[in-house]
Design a protein around this ligand. Sequence first.
Ligand SMILES: [Zn+2]
Length: 196
Amino acid sequence: MKSEITFQHPARLRPERLPADFALAFVNTYDPVRAVTDLLANPEHCRVFLSEWCELDWDLDWGKIARRLQLFRDDLRTHLIRFITAEVPLADFTRYLDHKLEHWPWIARPVAEEKSVRMIFVPSPQLKPVQHVEAVVTRGIADLIAELGPERLHQCQSQPCEEIFADHSKSGRQRFCGKRCATRFNVAMFRKRKTS
Ligand SMILES: [Zn+2]
């Protein structure tokens, strides 16, 4: 049986996409290492980014959407970075997410999973695309922390990269978002040692 809810979403995540992955990609739409630093600073970049993750109505005011999402992202990034650098405790960050989520109505929906059933919460189909994106991102951040534990979200230590990433390593002490950043950091350290 196909659920009505699923097909009325103004900005439904594509079937293979997970809210947690989308949330990470969304907070990383600001990235000083990328050729385009801020994907939400430009309506066309915003549209292309969102269309990779969501099924959207194309006939929208993308300038308006990009501006609103940029403000939402900047605020979320600031709070998330404070949380992952232990400046703000989990309880306070949870309150921040809770405050965000209470703006948007949600619907509980049971989903069959192999031989069991699980309840998931999806944003109300009445929401506008921007509200819908904000709701899914907020939920995705909560999912990430719940799945990984509060100490598994890190910010890349290889400046100028500021990428926020999920640390799946055994030790939980991954410092860089990827190999390229680790190499850049090591080269910089090597040069520093050589000149000092
Ligand atoms: Zn990095």
